[in-house]
Design a protein around this ligand. Structure first.
Ligand code: WT7
Length: 662
């Protein structure tokens, strides 16, 4: 356990600052302290009440939880509903069609205002177009789009016909896109010519073309949104423009009611092997917890709040807290296409001032980046509309937490540090604003209706003041229902480490009050800027290059991104490896990883070594490499097969060549 705890987090537990809720905030909060006891008394009944309260069902459910097929849960299984109807139509029917659903802000400053009535028309047109392109209930649709309104329309159009979507983050490569298309057997890909990023048009369609040229694929059509106007290659018969098909379609469409357990989407995420996992979520339980947590954790007042979650739709945060949670709750939100520093480093704060954003949900990496840029930048803008701040994706260090509250929140706003995963579908552990006295750096308590704890190697809950592994002890509505096409891997990955407990893969500690502090991953998964990357996946990308004989990848602590990818490689002399300069090796291999997986997986550093530290059984000792990468004294190396290896590595590293950029 200590073996894998990322450096620098141990000092978390000496953090003793406390932020009690103000009485004004507490008085108006959506959730009260008694929710915990109420939910504990009968967890399924608590969730059934949320499901009835927050969603409209075409067929009301009578069954609540069926856990007889564990570890696959069924929630509200005899009920039927439609996700898009819940996110859009019912708000229009209730007379709220004029409420703004989306304030879209393009990177270049172009804007669109989309009301719920507009959304209903756009989603209906898209659903009709998808149906005309052959998409039926149950078919899968791959979405590879920038964060533009069409991305939201497309996800909801899929939900409207009961066709599970599989959104692939636009930063993933053609190779990564292809494997996801094939695994999900997607019939249609929805993409754009490109999107605007860092002040330039960044192409997307070529990656789709390249992906589909890789081999057999189930794809019949590619639907293309024109966003940047750049030139695109065109395959007649396969490719169709959004403007020719969606814009011309009828704006009336009847949502298809599906079973509560009908799959809503698949989202691929990295695991401990080279093959990403297609995490799939179903409809009724997922929407229930998405809506409940969005309302409870952010204290959402749909009539008055302006909410902004900065995540891309390519990640689970974008699914649950850009699309489904806020829209099911009828919220008004901002979506922004670009980066925080384009065209200037005050862009986010300018957007908050412009739209009077009241709830902001972002990642610690972004906060640390803004800290680095200096507080004079946000202090030039009026941020007084903010009333709740959220953090997600990785542990937030107390310094960043306190800065976030003081500089962005005017020393006034509660901060919710929310722990959850692609697999959990929605927030699991978080303070409740107006209820919890917060502690900088801690996610603190499982939400009402959620049962989670920290256990030791033998699955016994640890006493307060001790550390171990985070587990969830009871099924929850938005839990994954499995790994697409591989239920055995689902059971193995999450349910075999501890009997009858969901193993999250995170290390955690309980403090003396029993509050939970997350300490990072305990498996071969890294967290870079809140994005999940697999060490094994990057290692196999590296060894697929002819120069590389062997590779070992570790996540090294990084001041801004939380962790950074550091690779150690042994070159193959016989394949031309070893004749290049260290710089050339770095550049070539970093680009190779970008091509195989995507720019987000590029190692920060690639170190050429003569040997890798291995145990006698041949297992790479990543712990020692992490010590090297973090410039620490190398720890206990007595189990190494060859004890001189670490000296060799250390000598090699004093040579120049280690480069650090993007
Ligand atoms: C992993 C899940 C949840 C959406 C974004 C990431 C880490 C997430 C926190 C937090 C400490 C956190 C965990 C988790 N993580 N939130 N508040 N404090 N760590 O989703 O890609 O599925 O990654 O992110 O390690 O297991 P994901």
């Amino acid at each position: 356990m200590t073996d894998t705890t990322p450096g620098g987090l141990e000092n978390l537990l000496s953090e003793d600052r406390r932020f009690p809720p103000s009485s004004e905030f507490a008085a108006q909060a959506n959730v009260h302290r008694d929710a915990y006891a109420w939910a504990d008394a009968d967890r399924p009944a608590f969730w059934a009440e949320q499901a009835r309260d927050l969603l409209d069902w075409t067929t009301p459910f009578h069954e609540v939880l069926d856990w007889s097929g564990a570890p696959v849960a069924r929630w509200f299984a005899d009920g039927r509903l439609n996700a898009a109807y819940n996110a859009v139509d019912r708000h229009v029917e209730a007379g709220r069609g004029d409420r703004v659903a989306l304030h879209f802000e393009g990177e270049g400053g172009d804007t669109r205002t989309i009301t719920y009535a507009d959304l209903q028309r756009e989603v209906s047109k898209a659903a009709n177009a998808l149906a005309a392109l052959g998409v039926e209930t149950g078919d899968r649709v791959a979405i590879y789009l920038p964060l533009i309104p069409e991305a939201v329309f497309t996800m909801l159009a899929c939900a409207r016909i009961g066709a599970p979507h599989s959104v692939v983050f636009g930063g993933f490569s053609a190779e990564a896109l292809y494997s996801r298309i094939v695994d999900a057997e997607a019939k249609l890909v929805v993409t754009a010519d490109g999107g605007f990023r860092r002040g330039a048009a960044s192409a997307l369609k070529p990656a789709v073309d390249e992906a589909l040229a890789k081999g057999e694929s189930p794809v019949e059509h590619v639907l293309v949104v024109r966003r940047t106007g750049q030139d695109v290659a065109w395959t007649e018969g396969r490719d169709v423009w959004w403007s020719d098909t969606v814009d011309t379609a009828s704006d009336e469409h009847t949502p298809v009611a599906v079973d509560a357990e009908h799959p809503l989407f698949i989202l691929y995420t990295s695991g401990t092997t080279g093959k990403p996992k297609g995490i799939f979520h179903t409809t009724g339980g997922y929407l229930t917890q998405a809506a409940y947590t969005h309302k409870a954790v952010f204290d959402l007042k749909a009539e008055t709040d302006v909410y902004w979650c900065t995540a891309d739709i390519g990640w689970i945060t974008g699914h649950t807290y850009v699309v489904y949670g806020p829209l099911v709750n009828g919220a008004t939100q901002v979506i922004y296409e670009g980066t925080p520093d384009t065209p200037h480093r005050g862009r986010w704060w300018e957007i908050i001032e412009k739209y009077k954003v009241s709830i902001l949900y972002t990642a610690p990496t972004a906060i640390r980046t803004c800290m680095k840029w200096g507080e004079e930048i946000p202090s030039k803008f009026d941020l007084s509309s903010l009333r709740v701040l959220g953090s997600v994706g990785e542990p937030i260090n107390p310094e960043a937490w306190v800065w976030y509250r003081r500089v962005i929140g005017g020393d006034r706003t509660p901060i919710v540090d929310t722990w959850w995963q692609t697999e959990t579908g929605a927030i699991m552990i978080s303070p409740l604003p107006g209820v919890t006295t917060t502690k900088p750096g801690s996610a603190q308590v499982p939400l009402p209706g959620i049962a989670a704890t920290v256990v030791d190697d033998d699955a016994h809950p640890v006493p307060d003041g001790s550390g171990g592994y985070l587990v969830v002890t009871e099924p929850w509505p938005s839990m994954l229902r499995g790994i697409w096409g591989d239920q055995e891997r689902y059971a193995d990955t999450y349910w075999s480490r501890f009997k009858d407990l969901y193993f999250a893969g995170d290390g955690a500690k309980k403090d003396d009050d029993g509050d939970i502090w997350l300490l990072g991953r305990v498996d071969d998964v890294m967290n870079v800027s809140g994005h999940r990357l697999s060490t094994t996946e990057i290692e196999s990308a590296l060894v697929s290059h002819p120069w590389v004989a062997e590779a070992a990848v570790v996540g090294a602590t990084d001041e801004t991104t939380g962790q950074a990818v550091v690779a150690f490689v042994i070159l193959r002399g016989d394949a031309g490896g070893g004749e290049q300069s260290a710089d050339e090796v770095q550049t070539t291999l970093r680009n190779h990883v970008a091509k195989e997986i995507g720019p987000i997986a590029k190692p920060r550093q690639i170190l050429v070594v003569a040997e890798l530290p291995k145990t006698r059984s041949g297992k790479i000792m990543r712990r020692l490499l992490r010590d090297v990468a973090e410039h620490r004294q190398v720890g206990d190396a007595t189990t190494l097969a060859d004890a001189s290896v670490m000296d060799l590595i250390a000598q090699g590293l004093s040579a120049p060549g280690a480069k650090q950029e993007d």
